[in-house]
Design a protein around this ligand. Structure first.
Ligand SMILES: [Fe+2]
Length: 221
């Protein structure tokens, strides 16, 4: 019987190798799918924020800047531990405090962008979780912040509710609109909620973007 060479791969080793290769491919596919989902959601937030800004009377140029800044609102999440970002259960208070720092980290990442746009995108990163009544992450009422903050904030919540997350399925559109209505005068001003719901129900361009983002393919009445 010949002695097995040190270079020979046993059947067990080979099956172990293929198992690891498959695991690694599944991990890569999962990460790629997550990146594609993030890209699509950010694109929807950006496009909807631009259309919403125009409907509120912003100039085309200003609305474009708002849309571009909106696409970067969650860039700080890239620096948060993926185990927290992708956690399927409710975050612990400690984990939630870490999650909140994605706003500061995003503002820090955008700090070197020069000019007015740099200032805008830093503000968006830092304050997109602020509430109308001052109960957001940093307890600053949105009336004390630039008016593009609540525009991006409501669009972000709308797209997030329509999308699946590690801890929830995608919601049907009517449930999302009811959720936003219930946050009138608390998370958002009634003006922002009414204007946004009107846009989603009536504006063709917004509805087209919303249909693309809406993974369930449902329609709103
Ligand atoms: Fe965020």
């Amino acid at each position: 019987m010949t002695r097995r060479s040190s270079h020979t791969i046993s059947t067990k080793q080979r099956s172990g190798y293929f198992h690891l290769k498959k695991q690694s491919k599944n991990k890569r596919d999962k990460e790629r799918n997550g990146d594609v989902q993030n890209f699509n959601e950010n694109l929807a937030v950006s496009q909807l924020a631009e259309v919403f800004a125009i409907s509120l009377g912003k100039s085309k140029e200003c609305a474009k800047q708002i849309g571009l800044a909106a696409s970067l609102h969650d860039v700080g999440k890239k620096l948060i531990d993926p185990a927290i970002i992708n956690k399927p259960d409710k975050l612990t208070p400690e984990e939630f405090e870490i999650m909140k720092t994605h706003t500061n980290l995003g503002a820090w990442l955008m700090y070197d962008i020069p000019g007015d746009f740099g200032k805008m995108v830093s503000m968006v990163c830092k304050y997109h979780h602020e509430w109308h009544n001052g109960e957001g992450y940093w307890k600053i009422p949105t009336s004390q912040l630039p008016d593009y903050i609540p525009i991006i904030s409501i669009v972000d919540v709308f797209v997030a509710c329509l999308s699946s997350r590690s801890y929830k399925d995608a919601w049907p559109p009517e449930r999302v609109l009811e959720y936003l209505e219930a946050r009138s005068d608390t998370q958002f001003s009634s003006h922002i909620v009414d204007s946004f719901i009107h846009l989603i129900r009536n504006n063709k361009e917004a509805r087209a973007i919303f249909s693309e983002a809406n993974t369930k393919g449902d329609d709103v009445m």
